[in-house]
Design a protein around this ligand. Structure first.
Ligand SMILES: Nc1ncnc2c1ncn2[C@@H]1O[C@H](COP(=O)(O)OP(=O)(O)OP(=O)(O)O)[C@@H](O)[C@H]1O
Ligand SMILES: [Mg+2]
Length: 412
């Protein structure tokens, strides 16, 4: 008996789930999403490459919840997770979180439609290249992951991702990370966490008994870093030390991974921000290491550059000194000119006061002359009066025998 192309189950009779619409052999869901290719098969379901016929065949991804549950109870649980994934995704908006487009049920199956991320997940990339990634790359992706985890932890209500691992982290064509699988992500407000879902090796111990918090994501970031740096699966329930597998990894990065993967949550970084700071310090160039890495040719170039810098410093000092000297001379010059002007001004003042003194003396002399003229006129008048009196009395020659008084009165 062949398996049904519609539901995959072996039966001869018409499919109990009803026939799905097909076009060129492809399934079309909701009369809109045409499934094109299989992208991945995970624990929760099957992921298809698809296109949205309502939006000019825009590429999208359809995730179908697996339907091979043995117990109805397990199926109900899985449906609840799937619905929660759709709910959580619809509330989050971040460049490193895949964007959800639709969620629906069709023929007893559950589907989630999201943006297509052009790229591959980190697990697939590593397997393909067959070797671990460079430390600088891992640090840069880890910092991006810190950003998105920080966003989720600070969300209202906070969201714990709980499933950070390389296969859930996609890398797009611009080297940006994108988290795609929110199957077990959970808002903290939903109370007691009794899901006990783990990804062996990547999940922290507390998640086995359903007590995840923000520090559980920090642990998973540590184990993810270990995998990316070494290419080895992290050992479940053990702290990870990547330097023990790849000796070229820096001590600083090794210590960050070790601390993040402490079995006791209180020994880990207590917040994503704290871990981000530690990762930033790992990303700073190590000065001693940098010099050691330089070849002898580069060292000569570096020494020449330093020498050039020093010479430029000395030259600019000399120029500055000269400029100061010139400025000093200019100051002295203007000081001298100022003194000369003050001196000339004082001289002028002195001359002016001498001139006004002369004018005053002149005025005084004029006054004196007019006073004397007045006195003389009075004297003349008096003399005339006396003369007239003398003539009248016949004594005029005795008073002014040579006519002097008459001449002097003509002069005045
Ligand atoms: N939006 C997407 N764009 C492109 N590829 C995707 C997208 N979503 C998922 N994939 C690919 O499909 C794979 C499986 O997806 P996902 O992790 O969501 O499914 P899963 O069933 O929950 O897997 P698992 O349980 O193994 O984590 C991913 O590892 C990724 O390679
Ligand atoms: Mg997954």
């Amino acid at each position: 008996m062949e398996s049904c192309p519609n539901c995959g189950a072996p039966h001869d009779s018409p499919c109990p789930r009803g026939a799905q619409v097909r076009q060129h052999g492809n399934v079309i869901l909701q009369g809109r999403y045409e499934l094109l290719d299989l992208l991945g098969q995970g624990g929760m379901g099957t992921v298809y490459m698809a296109r949205d016929l309502h939006l000019h065949s825009r590429p999208c991804v359809v995730k179908k919840l697996r339907d091979d549950f043995y117990r109805e109870e397990d199926k109900q649980k899985a449906v609840a997770f799937f619905e929660r994934e759709a709910g959580v995704l619809s509330k989050l908006q971040h460049p490193s979180i895949v964007h959800i487009l639709d969620y629906f049920e069709e023929n007893y199956d559950y589907f989630l439609v999201m943006d297509y991320v052009e790229g591959k997940d980190l697990h697939a990339i590593l397997l393909e290249r067959g070797q671990p990634f460079a430390e600088s790359k891992v640090l840069s992706w880890s910092l991006q992951i810190c950003d998105v985890l920080g966003y989720m932890h600070d969300h209202d209500p906070p969201v714990i991702y709980r499933d950070l691992k390389p296969s859930n982290i996609m890398l797009d064509v611009k080297d940006r990370v994108k988290l795609v699988d929110f199957g077990i992500a959970r808002p903290v407000e939903e109370g007691q966490d009794n899901t006990h879902v783990v990804s062996a090796g990547f999940s922290p111990p507390e998640q086995y008994w359903g007590a995840a918090d923000g520090r559980s994501d920090i642990y998973a970031l540590g184990t993810t870093m270990f995998f990316l740096l070494t290419g080895q699966e992290p050992v479940a329930l053990h702290p990870s030390a990547p330097r023990s597998a790849v000796t070229s990894i820096s001590e600083r990065t090794d210590l960050v991974v070790q601390r993040a993967t402490s079995q006791d949550p209180s020994a880990r970084y207590q917040s994503v921000d704290e871990m981000r700071q530690a990762l930033l310090e790992c990303s700073l160039p190590d000065r001693a290491g940098l010099l050691g890495q330089l070849g002898s040719h580069n060292k000569v170039v570096m020494a020449a550059a330093l020498l050039a810098l020093a010479s430029a410093g000395i030259l600019s000092y000399a120029f500055f000194d000269q400029a100061l000297d010139w400025h000093g001379k200019q100051l002295k010059e203007s000081e001298r000119a100022k003194t000369k002007a003050t001196r000339e001004q004082a001289e002028l003042k002195k001359r002016l006061s001498a001139y006004s003194r002369a004018v005053e003396a002149n005025d005084q002399a004029i006054k004196e002359w007019s006073r004397m003229a007045k006195t003389s006129r009075q004297a003349k008048n008096e003399a005339q009066a006396t003369d007239m009196a003398a003539q009248a009395n016949g004594e005029s020659d005795l008073t002014d025998p040579e006519g002097l008084l008459t001449q002097s009165s003509q002069h005045w």
